[in-house]
Design a protein around this ligand. Sequence first.
Ligand code: COA
Length: 214
Amino acid sequence: MQTIPTERYDPSNKRIRLLYELRWRLFPLLRRMYSVGEKTEISFRAIIRDPRHISIGYGSRIGFGAELWTFGSHPEGGKYSIVCEDFSDIRPYALLHAYGGWIHVGKRSCINSFSIVNGMGGVRFGDNVMMGTGCNFISAEHEFEDRDTPMSFQECHLSPIWVEDDVYIGAGSTLLAGVHVHAGAVIGAGSVVRHDVPSGAVTAGVPAKVIRMR
Ligand SMILES: CC(C)(COP(=O)(O)OP(=O)(O)OC[C@H]1O[C@@H](n2cnc3c(N)ncnc32)[C@H](O)[C@@H]1OP(=O)(O)O)[C@@H](O)C(=O)NCCC(=O)NCCS
């Protein structure tokens, strides 16, 4: 019978046993060196680049294949460019790329699987933010008017995205640079949000429009 190789804990596998032991032995040390709260679960397969500039709060989870990458220190001189507050939930394969900007995930907020947060212009999620899978948060925009210069050489405009507390974002939505989603708003699945969303509004579509108030 063919056996399927697995990375799960298997005490009879010497290599896996050693890896797990090392992980549990080193973790308290790493926690002291870097800003990682107690009871935080970081998957063995999560990728944390530049951990000196990343802070992960108490009871948070960083899932399998998720990647947190700052590309340098905080542009405004703050200590951490990526902050995941207490009980934040970064699900498998979510990408938090600050690109030299910053990303702030509030308490009990979730960045769902296959979502991409581009923090070049800054992205702030408040507390209790829920989202479906595959959302995009793009805080940068390329200039493209000059037809004599390749667009990749033209300026990049940065503008922060702010998602306030208790917002629900449907799967596959895209929020563009400079958007401010006020507290308690709902964004329908697959929406492209180009303008600010008022508090308590239910919006949907491409471009997203208010369909009703909660
Ligand atoms: C927006 C949403 C919350 C429903 O809100 P609702 O107030 O119950 O809206 P209704 O179903 O009554 O629809 C109202 C109108 O908006 C339209 N609408 C609803 N959701 C839409 C969407 N995602 N995109 C475009 N239009 C949408 C409906 O077709 C309807 O239009 P009509 O009156 O012309 O038929 C829901 O459709 C949605 O998109 N939920 C997100 C689900 C999701 O991604 N979950 C992730 C789980 S982790």
